[in-house]
Design a protein around this ligand. Sequence first.
Ligand code: PAF
Length: 259
Amino acid sequence: MKVARTIAETRSALEDVRDGPIGLVPTMGGLHEGHLSLLRAAREECDTVVMSLFVNPAQFGDEHDLASYPRDEERDLALARDAGVDLVFAPSTEEMYPAGFQTWVEVTEVGSRLEGAFRPGHFRGVATVVLKLFSVVRPDRAYFGQKDAQQVAVIRQMIRDLALDVDLRVLPTVRDGDGLALSSRNALLTTEERKRALALPRALATKDLTAARALLARSNGLDVDYVEVAEFDPPVLAGAVRVGSVRLIDNVVLEGDSK
Ligand code: PAF
C-alpha cells in the first residue's frame, strides 16, 4: 500500500492503473467497521482502491469539534492495509487549501436544511473537499455510508448538477450490537453518555416521526437538534442529538433499498 501526501504523487501513482476501475473511499480517519464495509465493497468492485485520509477543517464550524476529532494515522493506515487498499491519499491542510484558496462548492437547497441549518457551512466544506478529491483521484466509483444520508444527498446533487463522471455507491449504516450507528465520534462518549445516546437509534427504529419525537422528548440527558422525515433518495427518518459535548446523527431508511 502506497501513502501519498501530495496531489502530484497521487496523480502519478494512478497514471498506470487507469485502464481498470478506480474506487475512492473518502474518510477523515477514525476508521471503524462502517468505513471497512465501504473499503470491502470498493475492493470487490474495483481494480484499484484509493482511500483518502483528511480531517477537513472546512466542514467543521467549531474549533473544539475539529480539535477533538479522533486522529490516529498509524492505526488507520494499518486498517487500510488490511482491507486491501492500494493507495492512501493523506494530504496536509496546505496541500488541500493552499494559501489564497477561494473556490467553494455550495449545494444550495439540499445543503441548507437539517444538518445544514445546525452546522452552517458544513456541506459547503464537504462538497468542496469531495469535488477536489474527485478531481485528484478521478475515481470511477466513490463510496459513502448511508449513515450520513444528507451528505449523500448533497454529493448526489453535486454529481448531477456538475455532470461529474463518477458512480456514487452508498452502503448501509453499520451499527454496534446495542444499535448505536458507528461513528468516529462515538469514541468521545463516556459509558454513561453512550447509554443515553441509545435513545436516538431506538427512537428512529420506530420509523414514525411522532413516536420518535415522543420517545426522545421522554429521554433524559440528551438535547435534540431535530428529528425529521427527509425526502432524500431513499426517504429517511433522520435525527441529530447532543450528548455531553458530542453531537450524533443517525437515520433509518423509510422505504426502498439504501444501495
Ligand atoms: O464522511 C466523511 O468522513 C467526510 O464528510 C468526507 C466525505 C470524508 C469529506 O471530508
